[in-house]
Design a protein around this ligand. Structure first.
Ligand code: C2E
Ligand code: CA
Ligand code: CA
Length: 263
């Protein structure tokens, strides 16, 4: 069976699961949200990572269906938690085709209704590639934002968006691509780029999330530069949602202080 055919069958059988990676406030260390990352789990147990099948899904007209399935899974995994935590957000990766397909807003709203959650619980992550068409980009981002969804530009720095173009879009967050975080402190020519990106995001009044933070030195540098949030192995690898909930419960229990013995 060819891979596209296998992928189509997998979509029908719903062989996709989600892992969630924490997004962390660099000052307080608190987990303020997560990003949902899809995995293809074959019936025999093998797990395939998205870099292998997302491009295939996009090329074969299957991505819109996959995004719907992701929304369905987010709903099952996180609804109960989000109802009790209105400030927490779940990031969802949106492909260019989703953005251009009709009915995207409807399927988002339907998901929210099922979850009993709010628009601001969902952060839509769109790459610069997804925003290439200025007319569609402006209309769609404007529409989603007016409805209260949070919008993030993903993998920032890897595309060619100009400052003036970004300014014309209504965005909330800018996710700095991992390649720039990797370069911090290495002395490589690209190690200077992150400083420019941070300055630009600040000028635009955007909140920043640094991707792929692996070391404490990177986290410290980013915090000093005024980057608000981080995501990466330093804080946590992608994990099942119940592990996220367990961490947050432990954090809350610690903040509440030791329980005094009765009597
Ligand atoms: P992304 O949106 O940039 O997601 C972050 C990727 O970086 C994830 O890879 C994550 O596991 C990885 N990562 C996080 N922290 C670190 C770190 O500290 N070091 C390193 N080396 N890597 C880190 P993953 O899960 O393999 O996903 C790869 C890409 O697949 C995502 O990149 C995203 O573009 C795409 N993707 C994932 N889930 C979905 C989805 O539901 N829909 C769509 N359309 N694309 C998705
Ligand atoms: Ca992303
Ligand atoms: Ca990214």
């Amino acid at each position: 069976m060819s891979l596209p055919v296998a992928l189509k069958a997998a979509l029908r059988r719903k062989e996709f699961i989600l892992e969630y990676q924490p997004i962390v406030d660099l000052r307080s260390g608190r987990w303020t949200g997560v990003e949902a990352l899809v995995r293809w789990r074959r019936p025999e147990g093998e797990v395939i990572l998205p870099d292998l099948f997302i491009p295939l899904a996009e090329q074969n007209g299957l991505i819109v269906k996959l995004t719907r399935l992701v929304l369905e899974r987010v709903c099952t995994d996180t609804a109960a938690f989000l109802r009790a935590h209105p400030d927490f957000h779940v990031g969802i990766n949106v492909a260019p085709a989703d953005f251009h397909a009709g009915g995207f807003l409807d399927s988002l709203q339907q998901t929210l209704k099922q979850m009993g959650a709010r628009e601001s619980n969902l952060m839509l992550e769109v790459t610069e590639r997804g925003l290439l068409d200025p007319v569609v980009a402006r209309e769609t981002t404007g529409l989603l934002r007016r409805h209260g969804f949070l919008l993030a530009i993903d993998d920032f720095g890897t595309g060619y968006s100009s400052l003036s173009y970004l300014e014309s879009l209504e965005l909330d967050y800018l996710k700095i691509d991992r390649s720039f975080i990797e370069a911090i402190g290495t002395g490589a020519p690209t190690s200077q780029v992150v400083g420019h990106i941070i300055g630009m995001a600040r000028d635009l009044g955007l909140c920043m999330i640094a991707e792929g933070v692996e070391s404490q030195a990177q986290a410290d540098y980013l915090r000093r530069q005024g980057v608000q949030y981080g995501q990466g192995w330093l804080f946590g690898r992608p994990m099942p949602f119940w592990e996220i909930v367990r961490h947050l419960e432990e954090e809350a229990a610690q903040e509440a202080g030791p329980v005094r013995a009765a009597g």
